[in-house]
Design a protein. Structure first.
Length: 282
């Protein structure tokens, strides 16, 4: 069976490896397809698709859109959309502006805790982005905290400061998940609810399926086998797609976040199902 990892991040957002490297690593892992799904940006897709031709692996254009519902971050994955759609690109830019404001607020909270890091340091950490429209995120902030001796490693930085229960966590107003589903559909793509097990809210997950989401990411590095079965069943109960991926970000201080490339996969035939949805919408 040919396998696909449909959730990876690059230096276009908060991954540690350039798009070309991610594609090469996917090929070395024996995959036949990989999706590039950076946070609120498609800045790494063109480089990845070029690398796909070089390494003989199918690259799926993707994005992971940041939304909010009930005070929690909810992420929606988009696949197969028109990459140059000007409306979608403008909308993604607006999300990066929200992300930038959150970064400023979190830095202010860290400073209030006596941790003297600056936004300039965080932006420098993220400066490996392949283009100027990349996304700066919390893992960049975590790298600065670790290097400055304020946290032991990535997990410690998130547990103590940057995660949902962390002392410096900020969750600014964002679009709701249904709106991001509409954005993806309007650009001709397929919309998938990312890592539903992290939300602990199956009612919300089912509502998103009933209101237009095309499927669930049942297979994810933070889902155990019972969770994978559960979300596969939920998706099938609504006649929706079942997808999966590692959510690879790279290794920071010996910690791979969330999992290595290929740690979670689906049959590559799922890619054709996603593209078929795209074709019907174009």
């Amino acid at each position: 069976m040919s396998l696909a990892d449909l959730h990876t991040h690059t230096t276009a957002s908060d991954g540690k490896h350039r798009p070309e490297e991610v594609v090469r690593m996917a090929r070395q892992a024996g995959l036949s397809a990989v999706a590039i799904t950076d946070h609120d940006t498609v800045a790494g897709v063109a480089e990845a698709m070029e690398a796909g031709l070089q390494y003989g692996i199918r690259v799926v254009p993707g994005v992971e859109i940041s939304t909010s519902a009930g005070g929690k971050d909810i992420h929606i994955l988009g696949y197969g959309f028109q990459q140059g759609d000007p409306i979608l690109l403008q909308r993604l830019e607006s999300l990066r502006e929200v992300r930038n404001r959150r970064n400023e607020e979190m830095i202010a909270r860290l400073n209030g805790l006596g941790i003297p890091i600056t936004l300039a340091e965080v932006e420098l950490e993220a400066s490996a982005s392949p283009r100027g429209d990349g996304s700066v995120g919390r893992p960049h902030m975590a790298d600065v905290l670790v290097r400055g001796g304020f946290a032991k490693d990535l997990r410690d930085a998130f547990n103590r400061y940057l995660g949902e229960t962390g002392a410096a966590y900020v969750n600014p107003p964002r679009i709701d998940p249904e709106e991001s589903v509409s954005w993806i559909h309007e650009a001709g793509g397929a919309a998938i609810v990312a890592h539903p097990g992290l939300y602990r809210n199956d009612r919300l997950v089912l509502e998103l399926l009933d209101r237009g989401a095309d499927g669930l990411e049942a297979y994810h590095s933070d889902h155990d086998e019972s969770m994978q079965r559960h979300y596969k069943t939920l998706a099938k109960s609504r006649g929706k797609l079942v997808t999966g991926g590692s959510d690879f970000h790279g290794t920071r201080g010996g910690v791979t976040f969330h999992g290595r490339i290929g740690h979670r996969t689906v049959d590559a035939a799922v890619v054709d199902q996603l593209i078929a949805l795209h074709s019907r919408r174009c």
